[in-house]
Design a protein around this ligand. Structure first.
Ligand code: 9MR
Length: 461
């Protein structure tokens, strides 16, 4: 008996030894903004735009694990999608979706109804034709992206800064009823998408936030299908931090809606200096902490991640440097680390960030090669830290796959993207998200582990 135990321990040690030595630095665990956000059940995302998708240094970061979500900055707006009445062009929006799906990024649809980037034909319509045009636009676009976006900014920026309704072709023709009509139309087209209203300068308490609060309250009371409120959070260090942001988010959540930070950036008057960077970092930290403190705050999106592609300099002359990566795609330790700590992470030194704290990730396990009409699944641990790890499973073979495995060491999945999870004890079953049905497909997950994190045997059927 004792000999068996000793022999068993020796085998285990040998296995552990081998396992450790095959790990390369590149394969070792990394903590990312997305892994930190996901540990709290949230996403961390970045907006993007079509011209940027040809910049390979840029896309390597966008799709490299820092982010779990993206929002097209322009590709799904009315002037892009329906430039002339009844003619729909989804090319640009589809390109963002394709990139997102290939890199495990969830997509927020932005935006169905907005006074800006609206083609001239909409403003030129007689008032009596506005409602039909609005409903048709929403129905067509939301139907096209059904199953591909998890949320829509249905109505964007309905208020003036003093809290009065903004005049727009929609408001002029239909009064504020256009808002309820837009939500009902979007729900009918895509019953599974979370439907948001989104605005800026509503991040802190004040007249505009009060107006939004009253609107959402009345929409809920009227049974209008609204699921969430987006807070753009386009901040500027020279204007101060929004008043009582956390309490503001919380009062909306208390109305029974989700809240999200949808377009975060923190600009400054140029040139950058260390004091401005430090102030900017406190803003990033405060926004992230405000979201993390509100259970129904589902995620944070920065309005692109690099100053190279920020909208700020072309809109606010002499201002910029608003994002956590500079124009050379180099992380600013100030802003980036402030987000990390806001998400509950620990700032890692450059060397620590490539050192695994737990059993090192590296190996993968595959199911048997597929016969015709069957599929193969390959399970990988892509990152690991004390108590947690990120896994990824890629599937090849047939559409409509189901992947199964049994954890041997009590691992428990807390979040999974790209598929639908059912975990019963140690048995895991994953079926595809609607957009992820056809291989090659990949899904990812975050899970807990303790002591041992053995690779399971995966089956695909
Ligand atoms: O980032 C977008 C920029 O490329 C466009 O030129 C601009 C035009 O209106 O829109 C920017 O995005 C806006 C978003 O759609 C709504 N909230 C404000 C954002 C910054 O202007």
């Amino acid at each position: 008996m004792r000999r068996k135990i000793i022999a068993g321990a020796a085998t285990l040690l040998a296995a552990v030894g081998t396992f450790t030595f095959v790990v390369t630095r590149a394969e070792a665990a990394t903590q990312t903004l997305q892994s930190l956000a996901a540990a709290g059940g949230r996403y961390f995302g970045s907006a993007t735009d079509n011209p940027e998708l040809t910049d390979t240094a840029y896309t390597a970061i966008l799709g490299g694990g820092e982010f779990g979500q993206t929002t097209p900055g322009n590709a799904m707006k009315w002037d892009t999608i329906e430039p002339t009445q009844g003619t729909f062009n989804y090319t640009k929006g589809d390109a963002v979706v394709t990139f997102a799906q290939a890199h495990n990024l969830k997509v927020r649809g932005h935006t169905l109804v907005w006074h800006n980037q609206l083609p001239g034909w909409v403003s030129a319509l007689p008032a009596a034709q506005l409602q039909a045009a609005l409903e048709n636009h929403i129905t067509q676009e939301a139907t096209h992206y059904k199953g591909k976006v998890f949320a829509w900014d249905v109505v964007n920026e309905p208020f003036n800064d003093d809290g009065t309704f903004r005049t727009s072709p929609f408001y002029n023709a239909m009064g504020s009823d256009y808002i309820a009509d837009a939500f009902r139309t979007a729900r009918a087209a895509d019953p599974d998408a979370k439907l948001y209203i989104n605005d800026y300068n509503t991040d802190g308490q004040g007249a505009k936030a009060d107006a939004m609060y009253n609107l959402v309250k009345s929409l809920k009371a009227a049974g209008v299908p609204i699921d969430g409120v987006g807070f753009q959070a386009h901040l500027a260090i020279q204007y101060g931090f929004p008043t009582n942001m956390q309490a503001n988010l919380q009062r909306f959540a208390d109305l029974g809606v989700d809240v999200a930070i949808t377009e975060l950036d923190v600009r400054m008057v140029l040139p950058r200096d260390s004091a401005k960077d430090a102030t900017q970092a406190t803003y990033y930290n405060n926004v992230v902490k405000a979201c993390v403190a509100v259970t129904r705050c589902v995620g944070i999106t920065i309005w692109d991640y690099t100053d190279k592609y920020s909208w700020v300099p072309s809109t606010f002359s002499g201002q910029g440097a608003a994002l956590p990566w500079d124009e050379n795609l180099v992380k600013k330790p100030t802003a980036y680390d402030a987000i990390v700590t806001g998400l509950g992470g620990t700032v890692q030194s450059p060397s620590a960030s490539v050192t695994s704290a737990g059993p090192s990730p590296s190996k993968s396990a595959s199911s048997s090669p597929p016969a015709a009409g069957a599929c193969t699944a390959t399970y990988k641990i892509v990152g690991s830290w004390p108590g947690g790890f990120q896994g990824e499973v890629s599937v090849t073979g047939k559409a409509g796959w189901t992947v199964r495995w049994t954890f041997a060491n009590g691992q428990t999945i807390s979040q999974l993207w790209g598929g639908t999870l059912s975990q019963s004890g140690s048995a895991v079953t994953v079926t595809p998200a609607s957009w992820n049905n056809t291989p090659p497909a990949t899904f990812g997950f975050l899970a807990s582990w303790n002591g041992t994190n053995a690779l399971p045997t995966v089956a695909c059927s």
